[in-house]
Design a protein around this ligand. Structure first.
Ligand code: SF4
Ligand code: SF4
Length: 55
């Protein structure tokens, strides 16, 4: 998972993550890849399409 420049720091993804793997840093979402279980909730909820799966 990674966050692109379209992130506006709304925080919806932070709330959506079941394991609290996302935090906000300087108004950008940051995903802890060590914690992420790739449930894809954050991708679905982001209104700006800013979260993507790694290749
Ligand atoms: S939901 Fe999208 S725009 Fe909002 S903080 Fe998360 S990545 Fe950024
Ligand atoms: S894919 Fe799921 S576990 Fe990973 S950061 Fe997004 S909401 Fe959290």
């Amino acid at each position: 998972m990674f966050v692109d420049d379209n992130c506006v720091g709304c925080g919806l993804c932070v709330e959506s993550c079941p394991i609290e793997a996302i935090s906000l840093c300087e108004d950008k979402a940051v995903i802890d890849k060590e914690l992420c279980v790739e449930c894809l909730s954050c991708i679905d909820i982001c209104p700006f399409g800013a979260i993507h799966q790694d290749d």
